[in-house]
Structure formats: structure tokens, C-alpha cells
Design a protein around this ligand. Structure first.
Ligand SMILES: Cc1ncc(COP(=O)(O)O)c(C=O)c1O
Length: 428
């Protein structure tokens, strides 16, 4: 029986989250956890967690008010894009300082549409990072442009702007920076480069809703900014995304690209003058998004607290003792979408990450990995990319893992995850 099926649920013990019933149903680990955890902390030895509920790496939390709002939409007679989508866009726009925002059915088509609005296509080069979900590079291919990768910074794991500058050619038209795990890039440096070389920026902020840079919310400034509401994100609409745009004209074009290029006029006027697709968000998804978005500040603060607790539990000597690399301890800018470790290499011939994931699973703790280097996927190898081109990305992409991090997690869950990591890695 998969471990997940053994999970049980009860009223969550975290008062700050039960007060508004947002997190009324959540995995409860506390009762069974403590004695075993203490043993684990003392010995760092592998211990039997098989009787504990599985701690997933991620899981969405949907409150009763949202479930009820979805029911209202289903009963309303209007289930595709309608008033809920409009309301969601209005709230997002307010959140981003009044900039135009349009919603879509993914955080992938958002980027494709931004590239189309910018007029990017065949013959143009777009620079991005090899360490992202493959969507980031696929959209460049979708519009017929050429993806160009630049290596990442080993500390932030985001694209290295010095490498970006070195990759710029006369054909470069745009950069798609990715804020991995919710940690943004240095915005003034990014936009100084965009201005210097006259480049468009499509920020892949899929993971960065609630993040900021130097006090400025991601999305409130910049060029195109794309967010995802896919199920694992800090807030979800089950699937979906939004694009922050620069002006009304871009917003009008975004609306056309998301629905077959259609413009309507009068009672029966309809024309198509650009090739659009079918990318609209439904009111069902928007109702979920609205219900989640109401708690964005609390969710971000909770994740930041969980991240702080991770650091506390790992302790200041963790990297030296275990040879693994923690993320940068940024509690100002990051929304802590993910808490990622870069594992040490193994010297016994076993694959470091797969072995770690398997052993963590045996400990009852789910592990994700974000991401394998894009340039080494078959589709991209077929375009001439190969090993050795981006050595930092290749090492990080082979060894990076994401520890459990989700809204309903508690500090006790963090303690359990850290104990399991230490037990699996063992001090060197
Ligand atoms: C960095 C990054 N870019 C793009 C995407 C694509 O978003 P979506 O799954 O909503 O299309 C994701 C989602 O997983 C992501 O994490």
C-alpha cells in the first residue's frame, strides 16, 4: 500500500491557521512523532517512521469557503470565463499596484503570449536558465525563436547575469529569468542589462507570488511578469496563471491571444486578425484562485517561518558535517516556494539523488526535485546542447532536491523532515 494512503487527517494544531478555518483539515503528525524524533535527533541514525503518516513534499490546502464558492459557480449556470475571472484579475491588478493583469489556464501560455506580444519569433534568440521547469524553454520554441542558455549562480541557483551578458548577440531579443524556489534576481541589475541591450524581459515568476526585491513586490514593477497557479504553487487555482502587462494595448492583445485571436463588436460582430489559442481561465478555477488569494500574506509569512525553522533545525554546522548545501537564508525577498538542498556527491557508485529520495521515502518523507537541466533533455540535445556546456547547472540539476514545504505544514513536520535528512545523509 502506498504510504500516502496510510495518512490520516485531523484538526490542525496550529492556532494561527485554524482561526479562520483555512486549514481546518490537514495531516496531523504531532501525536505519533515526538518520541521517535527525539531519538533521531540524538543519534542521527535511520529510524522507523513507517507508522507515521506520510509527509508529502507538497499538497494544496483549500478552505471550506472556497469549496462552497466553487459550488456556487457550478450552480450559477456560468462555468467558463465570467465574473469570477474578472474579479480575480481586478484583485491581482490591485495587488500589483494597478498594473494590467490577465489570467490564463497555465503559467506556461502566459510566457508564450508575452513573447508573442513582444513580437519575438523565428530568427530571434531568447536567453534563459537551464534550471527551470521545461516550460520556460519550451515557450521559446513554441514561438519559433531560439533558446540560448546561460549558466546559473551556484549559491542562488538562479541564472548568472554575468553569463547572460556574455551570451547576448545581435539576435538576442529577450531574457526569461526564473526565480527558482521564489528567490528573485537582483532586479536593478536585470533591468539595467535590459536597458543597455534593448531587450524585453519576460519574468518567469511562476514560483514567486508574494516575493519581493528590496521592498518592491515582484510583479508590481518590471516588464512582463508571469505567475503560475498550478497545484503545488503557494496559491493555486488547480491549474492557471496570470500575466502582468505594461499597458492597455498589451492587455487587449493578451485577451486576443488567449481566445483564438477573436475581437467582438456590437451584438454579432466577430473578427480574427491574429492567431490565438484557447488559453482562458474558467470561473471554476478563478473561484479557487480568489479563495486562495485572500490568504496570500498569511501563506507567505507561514512559509517564511517554516524556512527559518528549517535553518534552525539544520544548525549552523550542517553544511560542514553533511556536505550538503542549504539555500541562501533570505527572509526578506523570497516567498519560500521551495526549500531546496544540493546533496553531496556519493562515492559508492550509487546515484546520489535517487538513493536519497528512496531512503527519504522509506522514512515517510516525500522529496521533489526541481529541476533536471533543460539543455540535457532529448528535445534540447537534438538542438546541439550537450554535457559540459553549463557545468554549474549540470551539478546542481543532478543533486538538487526539494524538501517538504506547503501551507498546512507545521514546525513539527519540519523537525521530522530534518531528522530524516540527517539520518539519511549521515555526518561525514
Ligand atoms: C519555474 C516555472 N516556470 C513555469 C511553470 C509553468 O507553469 P504551469 O504549470 O502553470 O504552466 C512552472 C510550473 O511548474 C514553474 O515552476
Amino acid at each position: 500500500m502506498p504510504l500516502l494512503q496510510a495518512a490520516f487527517f485531523c484538526l490542525h494544531a496550529d492556532e494561527s491557521f485554524t482561526s479562520d478555518r483555512l486549514y481546518s483539515v490537514a495531516p496531523c503528525n504531532h501525536v505519533l512523532l515526538s518520541p521517535l524524533l527525539l531519538i533521531a535527533y540524538r543519534t542521527d541514525a535511520l529510524f522507523d517512521m513507517s507508522q507515521l503518516p506520510f509527509l508529502p513534499f507538497s499538497k494544496p490546502t483549500i478552505d471550506e469557503a472556497t469549496i462552497s464558492a466553487v459550488g456556487d459557480v457550478l450552480r450559477s449556470g456560468w462555468i467558463t470565463s465570467g465574473p469570477k475571472v474578472q474579479a480575480f484579475e481586478a484583485q491581482l491588478s490591485e495587488y500589483f499596484g494597478g498594473r494590467p493583469v490577465r489570467t490564463f489556464n497555465s503559467g506556461t501560455c502566459t510566457m508564450e503570449i508575452a513573447l508573442r506580444i513582444a513580437g519575438i519569433g523565428p530568427g530571434d534568440e531568447v536567453i534563459t536558465t537551464p534550471i527551470s521547469w521545461v516550460a520556460t524553454a519550451n515557450v521559446i520554441l513554441e514561438v519559433g525563436a531560439t533558446p540560448v542558455f546561460a549558466d546559473i549562480d551556484p549559491v542562488t541557483r538562479n541564472i548568472d547575469l554575468a553569463q547572460v551578458e556574455a551570451a547576448i548577440t545581435p539576435r538576442t531579443k529577450a531574457i526569461i529569468p526564473v526565480y527558482l524556489a521564489g528567490l528573485p534576481l537582483d532586479m536593478p541589475m536585470l533591468y539595467a542589462m535590459a536597458n543597455k541591450y534593448n531587450l524585453r524581459i519576460v519574468e518567469d515568476a511562476a514560483q514567486a507570488l508574494g516575493s519581493s526585491w528590496d521592498g518592491e513586490r515582484i510583479g508590481a514593477t518590471g516588464d512582463f511578469v508571469s505567475f503560475s497557479f498550478q497545484a503545488n504553487k503557494n496559491i493555486t487555482s488547480s491549474e492557471g496563471g496570470c500575466l502582468v502587462l505594461n499597458n492597455a494595448e498589451e492587455a487587449r492583445l493578451a485577451e486576443k491571444y488567449r481566445l483564438q485571436g477573436v475581437t467582438r463588436s456590437g451584438f454579432d460582430g466577430l473578427d480574427v486578425d491574429v492567431l490565438g489559442g484557447k488559453f482562458n481561465m474558467t470561473d471554476i478555477a478563478a473561484a479557487i484562485g480568489l479563495g486562495q488569494f485572500a490568504h496570500i500574506e498569511k501563506i507567505t509569512a507561514h512559509r517564511q517561518n517554516l524556512a527559518r525553522h528549517y535553518f534552525k533545525c539544520f544548525g549552523s554546522d550542517f553544511e560542514e558535517r553533511y556536505g550538503a548545501q542549504l539555500p541562501p537564508p533570505d527572509f526578506e525577498n523570497s516567498n519560500w516556494h521551495l526549500f531546496q538542498l544540493v546533496l553531496p556527491e556519493r562515492h559508492d557508485g550509487l546515484p546520489a539523488r535517487a538513493t536519497f529520495m528512496e531512503q527519504m521515502q522509506a522514512q515517510g518523507v516525500g522529496i521533489g526535485y526541481h529541476y533536471p537541466p533543460i539543455h540535457l533533455l532529448s528535445l534540447y540535445r537534438a538542438q546541439g546542447f550537450k554535457e559540459g556546456m553549463f557545468p554549474v547547472a549540470e551539478r546542481v540539476g543532478r543533486l538538487i532536491v526539494s524538501l517538504p514545504m506547503f501551507t498546512a505544514m507545521t514546525e513539527a513536520d519540519v523537525e521530522r523532515a530534518v531528522a530524516a535528512v540527517k539520518a539519511v545523509l549521515k555526518a561525514g
